[in-house]
Design a protein around this ligand. Structure first.
Ligand SMILES: [Zn+2]
Length: 326
């Protein structure tokens, strides 16, 4: 139970009030009361906020810097999901530690795995599991648009009377995602041919690389569950040295220990590699900041990667191109 004093304090915070207050009513949502939505990742929560507008309150379980491959639900997460009108998770084995929990929850609550709705022919194979796919679809805005459409469907199913509102909000957001994809393509196209290699802490950038013509190499695989072996690090050191790769990238949700080993390995062979910047791979930036939105996250990644690999891009290059009101 949330103490009364806490509720009052939260109510004063305006927009946040619904998240705290709604579960206490314990009844199904009705028109006029925002739909109580719980999402696993920040990216899915952002999509639900963009499409849901003032018809929803959204809580993300995984904050900045949290690794979804390793995350397990906490006691307060379980309470929030049990009280939610709609629970959105990613699927495609991203939340590997929560699979069973969601399958159980789906028997009792309205639960949707939003990326599971994507057609298989747009998905990349998973290196570690023959029967699974690479879950990092948010890395390519054109693919993420399909997930946003799945979020729109899920919200409309949960609240049919607001379907028109969700459709209008989705149309506006999809237009912004088109602008983001255009900005990304234009910026990344400026990287010179010999520098079109993206070395990161884990293999989160497969869709990004495929969309924008960059070769990607992760120290760890598609999931962070398995440790990188010494072999992998020494192979990558060879690649950095042989191809004179000048910059590598750390990730906000993965330890930089392996990356330091890589840089030291190259240095011991007389090749200096610098850290091109920190990327948001599996979690967004801090809540309330530009990088704490999906568009800000991808804009940051595009701008940092393009700049570090030799393109001429303005900081937050995308932010002037959004539709009014975003
Ligand atoms: Zn990942």
């Amino acid at each position: 139970m949330i103490p009364y004093a806490t509720i009052n304090r939260r109510a004063l915070l305006g927009g946040l009030a619904g998240t705290a207050l709604l579960p206490l009513t314990g009844r199904a949502a009705f028109a006029g009361t925002p739909l109580n939505v719980v999402a696993t990742t920040g990216m899915i929560a952002d999509a639900a906020r963009q499409v849901g507008g003032d018809q929803v309150t959204v809580r993300a379980l995984m904050g900045p810097g949290v690794d979804p491959h390793a995350y397990r639900q906490t006691r307060s997460d379980i309470v929030a999901m049990t009280r939610a009108d709609l629970v959105l998770w990613h699927g495609l084995y991203l939340e590997a530690q929560m699979q069973e929990f969601f399958h159980d929850l789906a028997r009792k609550r309205r639960v949707v795995a939003v990326a599971d709705g994507l057609p298989r022919d747009v998905l990349r194979a998973h290196d570690d599991y023959a029967d699974k796919f690479d879950p990092h679809v948010w890395m390519a805005p054109d693919l993420w648009k399909r997930v946003v459409e799945q979020v729109q469907l899920a919200l409309s199913d949960a609240r049919p009377e607001a379907a028109d509102v969700f459709a209008a909000n989705a149309t506006a957001h999809l237009a912004d995602l088109d602008a983001l994809a255009t900005y990304a393509a234009q910026s990344l196209a400026q990287i010179p041919p010999q520098a079109r290699v993206l070395v990161t802490a884990h293999d989160a950038f497969g869709y990004f690389g495929a969309a924008y013509g960059l070769e990607v190499m992760g120290i760890q695989g598609i999931s962070t569950e398995s440790e990188a072996g010494l072999n992998r690090i020494s192979t990558l050191v060879d690649t950095l040295v042989d191809r004179r790769i000048g910059a590598v990238f750390v990730e906000s949700s993965v330890s930089d220990r392996n990356m330091r080993a890589l840089i030291e390995g190259a240095a011991s062979r007389g090749h200096q590699v610098r850290i091109g910047g920190e990327l948001f791979s599996d979690a967004m930036g801090a809540e309330g900041t530009y990088e704490g939105t999906y568009i800000g996250m991808i804009d940051h990644n595009v701008t940092v990667i393009a700049g570090a690999l030799g393109a001429d891009v303005p900081p937050r290059g995308m932010s002037g191109r959004l539709s009014a009101g975003s």
